[in-house]
Design a protein around this ligand. Structure first.
Ligand SMILES: [Zn+2]
Length: 335
């Protein structure tokens, strides 16, 4: 699943559509019912950890937030090739939405008749105060702007099938957003815990250090989103390597300076990663999925996780990240 920096990038992409009205929807999501977003205004977007939140408000209450947004009825220009043509279809005489041919999906058409399987009450923002759309991304989750994801290779049957977006939002300004491989649900407000978000200015180091100091392997604690929201497997491996800490080291046996260094590396690596994303650069990893560490040592790889919990592939260098025996709670070699 995309880690904090990737979701921040998605947030940045979505931000440019804030203040615009949804003029057309598409996507394969059955749970969400993309139709329910029709004519709503995207009013805000937030990112918390690995989750993205979009706030939608109905027309009558808020209206256009500014006067420099094109009217929602205005057909899209240029940005989407299929836009102008589908626009007519989408807002056709019956007002019924039709499928978007560009999406190659049979799941797009959601009957709108009174007896049809409309969205369940309470599952749309119109019915209540639940106006925040919460988006959680799967392993290959992504957000695309003004273009659709294309198949990068053929599937097992040899078909070149493009991924099907879960949700497509066309905006009055002419652009569109496509959300892939994600789960969406409505909520009343984002569960805001910036103190846990490794990329938030409000990230609370003290709280993080306290969590890491528990008598359990640090590689388990790092992935605990209650303390390190946004931290995923790549950041875990890289921060541990850079801090010179063995993934199975018990937090309670590490010196305070060692734990400090680990938190420093978590924040530094994540921030650099985010910056690289904005500059279109690929994040440089030193240990994740490597055969050798930068010092040339053979790297170990093993699936590690709490008993009965999710085991995540973990890479570490036995030289640069030595396992401490319980008797020597000394700081590690690299820090
Ligand atoms: Zn090494």
């Amino acid at each position: 699943m995309p880690e904090g920096p990737s979701v921040r990038k998605f947030h940045h992409l979505v931000s440019s559509f804030v203040g615009q009205q949804v003029v057309r929807t598409g996507g394969s999501s059955k749970k969400l019912c993309p139709d329910g977003l029709q004519a709503l205004w995207l009013q805000d977007t937030q990112v918390h950890g690995k989750k993205l939140f979009l706030r939608f408000d109905p027309d009558e209450e808020i209206g256009p937030p500014g006067n420099n947004n094109p009217l929602p009825e205005r057909p899209c220009k240029g940005a989407q090739k299929e836009g102008a043509k589908d626009q007519k279809q989408a807002l056709g005489p019956s007002g019924q939405k039709t499928s978007d041919a560009a999406l190659h999906s049979a799941e797009l058409l959601v009957p709108q008749g009174d007896d049809g399987p409309r969205c369940l009450r309470g599952d749309t923002p119109a019915g209540g105060a639940e106006r925040w759309l919460q988006v959680s991304f799967g392993l290959f989750g992504s957000v695309w702007v003004n273009e659709f994801s294309r198949a990068k290779k053929a599937n097992k049957r040899g078909d070149w099938r493009d991924p099907v977006p879960r949700l497509v939002l066309h905006f009055g300004g002419g652009g569109f957003l496509a959300f892939y491989n994600c789960q969406m649900s409505w909520s009343s407000s984002p569960v805001v815990k910036p103190a846990c978000d490794i990329l938030s200015e409000k990230f609370h180091r003290g709280q993080a250090l306290e969590a890491l100091g528990q008598a359990q392997p640090v590689c388990y604690t790092l992935l605990d989103q209650r303390y390190f929201s946004g931290l995923g497997n790549i950041i875990k491996n890289e921060a541990l390597y850079r801090a010179g800490i063995h993934p199975l080291a018990l937090g309670s046996l590490l010196s305070p300076s060692c734990l400090e260094a680990l938190v420093d590396h978590v924040v530094e690596f994540s921030t650099d990663w985010l910056q690289d994303k904005f500059q279109g650069k690929h994040q440089h990893t030193q240990i994740y999925q490597k055969e050798q560490c930068p010092a040339g040592h053979q790297v170990m790889k093993e699936a590690l996780g709490p008993p009965g919990g999710f085991q995540r592939l973990t890479w570490w260098c036995p030289h640069c990240q030595p396992q401490l025996s319980p008797k020597e709670p000394e700081q590690s070699q690299l820090s």
